[in-house]
Design a protein around this ligand. Structure first.
Ligand code: HPA
Length: 297
């Protein structure tokens, strides 16, 4: 692992590269989740696109539905300058957690103050349906309990403390603003608040794992967001995070081989295609609410 000085230099080098390509420094970062890349389409003004491979230190995204570029532009009447991350990096792709959160550190060095993190997630709370939204009010960093943690290693004291508190990770005012804007826009889709359970993936959960997630207090489960949120908080950013429920995570016991007429074992099975389809269908509402929120920042 490189020294804190080397890491800081890498963040600064990336930030310098970005500064040389844009005329306004962004105030807000948006990370687009699976199928939510349409969020980048709400950017207006003098749009600038920078592929990850043109930014020193950035890894490239390998997942279908994740493009791999930063898009700069403005949102809303207030022309709030925004940096949109189109194509996030996941631990399951083989990167270190530090690599996956590199763009968040660069955002902090650029002077960005607020991050909006979106994801597609499996609904674990009974009653959650595909197409519904969950504003994240807390998380469970399950891999973190076993040491797979984005802040492992020497502390970067220029950003934050060794022992970062996270009891206030999900900004109350931003959650409230999100709810208010959804109401103003008359969004009819159900919006909940809940706990996001982070699993590294890339497998979707087994039935027993879904029951475990539920027992432990997870309302939705997914393979992203938490490392980014932790590092954003450690860098002093305010966080708004949103899960689009794209599928119901199946937690029923599997049909028994003793049964005469067992249900089909594949019933309700999660698939990436379903995730993308649901995200695509709900994306217009998400874009409208996020745009209205950012306009106030
Ligand atoms: N589990 C984990 N990650 C996901 C899911 C899921 O069911 N749906 C979308 N991302």
């Amino acid at each position: 692992m490189s020294t804190p000085q080397e890491q800081m230099e890498a963040f600064r080098r990336a930030a310098e590269t970005l500064r040389s390509k844009i005329d306004v420094v962004p105030r807000v970062m948006i990370i687009c989740g699976s199928g939510l890349g349409g969020l980048a389409n709400i950017l207006e003004g003098n749009r600038v696109e920078v592929p990850y491979h043109d930014i020193p230190g950035f890894k490239t995204s390998t997942v279908q539905g994740h493009a791999g570029k930063l898009v700069f532009g403005t949102i809303g009447q207030n022309k709030v300058p925004v940096m949109c991350m189109l194509g996030r990096l996941h631990y399951y792709e083989g990167y270190s957690l530090q690599d996956t959160v590199f763009p968040v550190r660069v955002a902090a060095v650029l002077g960005i103050k607020t991050i909006i993190v979106t994801n597609a997630a499996g609904g674990v709370r009974p009653g959650f349906k595909p197409g519904e939204l969950m504003v994240i009010d807390d998380h469970i960093n399950f891999p973190g309990f076993a040491g797979t943690h984005p802040l492992r290693g020497p502390n970067l004291a220029e950003f934050g403390p060794r022992f970062q508190p996270l009891s206030d990770a999900y900004d109350f005012e931003l959650r409230k603003l999100f709810m208010d804007k959804a109401k103003e826009l008359k969004v009819t889709r159900n919006i909940y608040e809940g706990t996001y359970f982070y699993a590294t993936g890339p497998t979707f959960e087994t039935r027993a794992e879904v029951r475990m997630v539920r027992t432990l207090g997870g309302d939705a489960v997914g393979m992203s967001t938490v490392p980014e949120v932790i590092v954003a908080r450690h860098s002093g950013l305010r966080v708004l995070a949103l899960s689009l429920i794209t599928n119901e995570a199946v937690g029923d016991k599997p049909p028994s081989a003793f049964e005469e007429n067992p249900k089909d074992l594949s019933e309700g099975m999660a698939s990436h295609d379903e995730v993308l389809e649901t995200a695509d269908e709900a994306s217009k509402d998400v874009e409208a609410i996020v745009a209205a929120v950012v306009n106030e920042l």
